[in-house]
Design a protein around this ligand. Structure first.
Ligand SMILES: Cc1ncc(C[n+]2csc(CCOP(=O)(O)OP(=O)(O)O)c2C)c(N)n1
Ligand SMILES: [Mg+2]
Length: 280
């Protein structure tokens, strides 16, 4: 399955909007994680606007595909995608991290329409996603479960326990997507705990692995389609990305992992993304 040219163009434009939405919300609150939100922009766009079987008007539809944002700190990008997809008003994005807001700093299931799992502590999401996938299978649902992980998150041993279990239970309705930006909170993954050849590692755990450019919407779409054809084993999409993608001075920098966005940096980012000066 391939994306057609019109859809590809539409998704590219949407990504620019999602990046703007995300940075506006983080800047307004002076709190939140920019780098890992920007790197998963295309992943969110392709899932929510081209691939998932979901009903924004019926967020709890039992047969919906599920998404577990294991790297819960990237919630601002998830919220932007959910809002633009119609799960809640776009204006609500400005309530990010406010007291009593439905948009907390990390995703909270049951509170935010479209959020299927409560996450934040890294390393736990894949186990939750596996449980969800197995429950769907037991209920004879054809819905699929997608788990979005960070590459630093793969340093957590629990991820690999979930990998072993998913292979043992032949969870072919589970697809993990690794936002492989090579950077984590306080350094590169290479400096802190190298992940090595991730495709070889997942294959050794009896997963089907696909490597793609995580900022190329067509490649992501094709990878998702390939993952869906796999039988008897789970699949992982290793999406090569750039942390902070889209804002030149944030790209590849761990310093922009969760730093407050000052006014000057915000204006510079908006100028890049909107192509025009931003006056507040
Ligand atoms: C168990 C746990 N330890 C530490 C943290 C704090 N923390 C939040 S994000 C992060 C770095 C994650 O890096 P990565 O998974 O590569 O995410 P990305 O680059 O996509 O932002 C850390 C250490 C956490 N949320 N959970
Ligand atoms: Mg990372």
């Amino acid at each position: 399955m391939k994306l057609n040219q019109a859809k590809e163009t539409e998704l590219r434009a949407l990504c620019r909007q999602l990046r703007i939405d995300t940075l506006k919300a983080i800047h307004a609150r002076q709190s939140g994680h920019a780098g890992g939100s920007l790197s998963m922009c295309e992943i969110a766009a392709v899932l929510y606007f081209a691939y998932l079987n979901i009903r924004p008007e019926e967020p709890d539809w039992p047969d919906r595909d599920r998404v577990v944002l294991c790297k819960g700190h990237a919630a601002p990008m998830l919220y932007a995608a959910l809002a633009r997809r119609g799960f809640f008003p776009v204006e609500e994005l400005s309530t990010l991290r406010c007291m009593d807001s439905r948009l907390q700093g990390h995703p909270c299931a049951g509170k935010t329409p479209g959020v299927d799992a409560t996450t934040g502590p890294l390393g736990l999401g894949l186990s939750f996603a596996l449980g969800t996938a197995l429950a769907l299978r037991m209920g004879r649902s054809s819905a699929r479960t997608y788990a979005i992980l960070g590459d630093g998150e793969l340093n957590e041993g629990t991820v690999w326990e979930a990998c072993m279990a998913a292979a043992k239970f032949h969870a072919d309705n589970l697809c993990a997507i690794v936002d492989w930006n090579g950077v984590q909170l306080d350094g590169t993954s290479e400096e802190i705990m190298p992940t090595g050849d991730l495709a070889a590692k997942f294959r050794a755990f009896n997963w089907h692995a696909v490597v793609c450019d995580g900022h190329d919407v067509s490649q992501l779409y094709a990878a998702l389609a390939e993952a869906e054809t796999v039988r008897e084993k789970p699949a992982v999409i290793l999406a090569r990305t750039v942390k902070g993608k889209g804002v030149s001075f944030m790209e590849g920098k761990n310093t922009w992992h969760g730093k407050v966005i000052d006014d000057e940096s915000f204006s510079a980012a908006m100028r890049e993304l909107e192509g025009v000066a931003q006056n507040g």
